[in-house]
Design a protein around this ligand. Structure first.
Ligand code: GLC
Length: 638
């Protein structure tokens, strides 16, 4: 059976020979009535090598923000915003104005090829102030609700596209195997079968056939291909301890844990882009011991993903991902492009990438066929997005950004993601007239409950966004008296029930690795460095649990974190109820809805909950599997 890819190539070749007369819109490629393969073929036939390599090049907003002319000069195909890379005025209109300004520079090129703008809308468009921020993927995985995930990502797509970006670097379809990984929360869970169920995320982002051009859809990116969540913890590594590490495996295990979820993403959900992982794969267990960087992995990118699996979208490198390939710069460029990467995310080296690749093509080190394959893939997605007809931001839905309806969905998602781990003496749900004593580091901190990728790359305890904290929700849901004292220093009424919200401060990527490096300071942290991640409760939170649960009628410990935390018996036994809240996002009130029975607890663990750090990695199916709470566990209050 002819793969879609080969069929497209034959089609392009056929049209290139018999290019029809110019359509009503001018040149054939500008004629929306023509089939996309024909438009691609016509445009390709008019492109110079500089046009083509420009399309394969993405740089960062900060390179062109003050002067967009390099977009025209270098004929750039795409721009991105990395985490926290925002217009000066961080509003939806300013985003759209900025991206339209870049687009005008792209349309000033000889062939007027429109620009793609990519962003990490990984839990809503977290970069943009005012966006609706949803639970991170680990909480969505806990919901076990594919329909919810589709709806969440559709709203995310609507808010993203209305403010300019037409492309999100999401969803991560990693299956996190070791919770010490700083990106565990970006995973829907440890089980690839669960991850596959949540790939309705791609449908939410892209819609169905022909909908990619609609103002409420964006191109999705399945990432990070492959094995990003399957790397080994290396306590002696400099910097990151597990992120961007090595997956030491064999072909069968690697397929079962890291590759299989790409098959439905490509063949059922038709994801438009794929991003390779920074990590490496080491087939030691098959007797081949040399780690291969995924950004250099031609066998898996061109062979398995594009060839065997039939991926017909384009492969975008991660941020300077080819810089980690062994060898000098020319070797890195040659290896990455020849491996099958179609577009390079080069925030700081785009000019050098262009000149180096040009040299490599002219010397024959990179075949022209590889360039043409890459460019035809990129152009195909631009045509499908409708960018040639509507290159500028369609602001139809801009007023829906952060709307009450969107926040209601975020509140529902937060509620459905809660996992009830313990509920002795039927402590939960609380009555609607209960007097409540609230304590803990994460009870009233919207930055902590949102987590990483919120306003800034790492997120932050002082990153305030529109929404509600868990304390806000508690106040809304009871007619009784509410006392809030983060450190539980205020007097505690014996008639009160207690809620102690504990957990982590935000982090992203390797800065969240257990034992990993500390991130630079948050502006609002007065230069106080963030704690190194250890998957433990802080001493202050432990003390708050001990005190509140000793003096209230009954108490619940709520854990706001990007992953399971190690719970000491003292706090585990002191609390009548224990809730895994994950990173609920902008609507902490959704957590309170479960606490007070407005919604039942229905969530199930998306990852195994370890008894101790020594148990990591721990996953269902392991020999001697003995977690504190197993994968799939969750009490209900229906
Ligand atoms: C980061 C991440 C990737 C993200 C990209 C752009 O390093 O690895 O997930 O999409 O850079 O921000």
């Amino acid at each position: 059976m002819l793969h879609a890819r080969r069929l497209l190539t034959i089609t392009i070749a056929a049209f290139a020979v018999a290019a029809p007369a110019a359509g009503a819109a001018g040149l054939p490629y500008e004629d929306p009535s023509l089939p996309i393969p024909q438009r691609v073929a016509d445009l390709m036939s008019r492109m110079t090598l500089a046009d083509k390599i420009g399309q394969m090049t993405q740089t960062e907003r900060y390179q062109v923000y003050d002067d967009a002319s390099p977009i025209t000069t270098y004929r750039l195909g795409a721009i991105l915003s990395g985490g926290g890379s925002t217009p000066t005025d961080n509003t939806p209109a300013a985003w759209a104005d900025m991206i339209d300004r870049f687009q005008a520079a792209a349309l000033a090129t000889p062939l007027h090829i429109p620009l793609l703008y990519g962003i990490d809308s990984v839990h809503g468009d977290g970069n943009m102030y005012g966006a609706t921020v949803f639970p991170h993927n680990i909480g969505l995985g806990a919901s076990r609700d594919p329909g919810l995930v589709r709806a969440v990502e559709h709203v995310t797509a609507e808010e993203t596209r209305a403010s300019g970006p037409q492309w999100t670097f999401a969803p991560c379809i990693c299956s996190a195997q070791d919770d010490r990984w700083g990106r565990t929360y970006e995973s829907f869970g440890e089980d690839p079968a669960l991850v596959e169920r949540m790939e309705t995320a791609i449908d939410g982002f892209q819609g169905g056939p022909g909908q990619l051009k609609d103002p409420d859809r964006v191109l999705a990116t399945a990432k990070h291909f492959a094995g990003d969540g399957d790397t080994k913890y290396d306590p002696n590594a400099n910097g990151y301890k597990i992120d961007q590490g090595v997956s030491v495996t064999n072909h069968q295990d690697f397929y079962d844990k890291a590759l299989r979820q790409y098959v439905p993403a490509v063949q059922d959900h038709h994801v438009g882009a794929v991003m390779p992982s920074y990590s490496s794969v080491d087939w030691t267990e098959d007797g081949v011991g040399n780690p291969i960087k995924m950004h250099a992995n031609q066998e898996l990118i061109s062979g398995w993903l594009k060839g065997d699996t039939g991926f017909d979208g384009f492969v975008i490198s991660d941020w300077e991902g080819i810089h980690q390939i062994p060898g000098d710069w020319a070797t890195q460029v040659k290896t990455g492009v020849n491996a099958g990467i179609d577009m390079m995310m080069e925030p700081n080296s785009y000019q050098s990438f262009i000149s180096t690749l040009t040299t490599l093509v002219n010397s024959g080190d990179v075949p022209m066929g590889r360039i043409d394959d890459a460019v035809s893939r990129i152009l195909t997605k631009k045509f499908e997005l409708g960018l040639f007809e509507h290159p500028y931001t369609d602001r139809t839905n801009i007023d829906k950004i952060g709307s009450a309806a969107h926040h209601a969905l975020a509140r529902r998602a937060a509620a459905e993601s809660q996992v009830l781990l313990k509920n002795q003496r039927a402590a939960l749900p609380f009555r609607g007239n209960a007097n409540v004593y609230v304590a803990g580091s994460n009870a009233d901190n919207i930055g902590n409950q949102a987590g990483g990728w919120t306003l800034t790359w790492q997120g932050g305890s002082t990153n305030v966004i529109p929404g509600t904290t868990i304390l806000d929700g508690i106040r809304e849901n009871t007619s009784g008296h509410v006392t809030y004292s983060q450190d539980a220093s205020a007097p505690i009424s014996r008639s009160a029930v207690g809620v102690v919200v504990v957990g982590e401060t935000p982090y992203s990527e390797g800065f969240g690795d257990v034992g990993g490096p500390q991130w630079a300071y948050d502006p609002g942290d007065n230069g106080v460095p963030r704690p190194v991640k250890d998957m433990q409760l802080s001493a202050a939170d432990k003390a708050a649990v001990d005190k509140v649960c000793a003096q209230t009628v009954k108490c619940a410990m709520v854990i706001v974190s990007g992953r399971p935390l190690i719970l000491d018996p003292a706090q585990r036994n002191a609390a009548d109820a224990i809730v895994a809240s994950w990173l609920p996002g902008s609507e902490g009130a959704g957590v309170a809805d479960d606490l007070f029975g407005l919604r039942p607890f229905t969530g199930k663990l998306p990852v195994s909950w370890p008894r101790s750090l020594a148990q990591e990695p721990i996953n269902k199916g392991d020999a001697n599997y003995d977690p504190l709470y197993p994968f799939g566990f969750g009490l209900t209050t229906k």
